[in-house]
Design a protein around this ligand. Structure first.
Ligand SMILES: [Zn+2]
Length: 105
């Protein structure tokens, strides 16, 4: 289920390049600041730094995985990418039936 607040993010955005990952991080950070999304912190943490540290310019791990939830409807989103070999990853809704569009770069 999605809502008007998060429907713009219900896309599968492919990440192949560090600048695309940085872009996805910036967009997620803006939406957290806007109180559209909230980070779902895994326990134990999946990465060595928090998303807010990452969004503030922290170095990412060899494997990046962060989860988010829409504060309005509960839709969940994943940002995951393999950065070490550069094989990349995706920003995508957790529920694949919520994907409105595939965006590849
Ligand atoms: Zn929503």
């Amino acid at each position: 289920m999605t809502c008007e607040q998060c429907s713009d993010w219900c896309v599968r955005y492919s990440i192949h390049h560090p600048r695309e990952l940085r872009n996805a991080i910036q967009i997620a950070a803006q939406n957290i600041a806007d109180k559209t999304l909230v980070e779902v912190v895994a326990d134990p943490m999946l990465c060595s730094i928090t998303f807010s540290e990452l969004a503030n310019g922290g170095a990412w791990d060899d494997f990046v995985e962060y989860h988010f939830r829409c504060l309005h409807c509960g839709e969940e989103f994943w940002l995951h990418a393999e950065t070490y070999h550069g094989s990349g990853g995706y920003w995508e809704p957790r529920n694949f039936t919520s994907i409105r569009e595939n965006i590849s770069n």
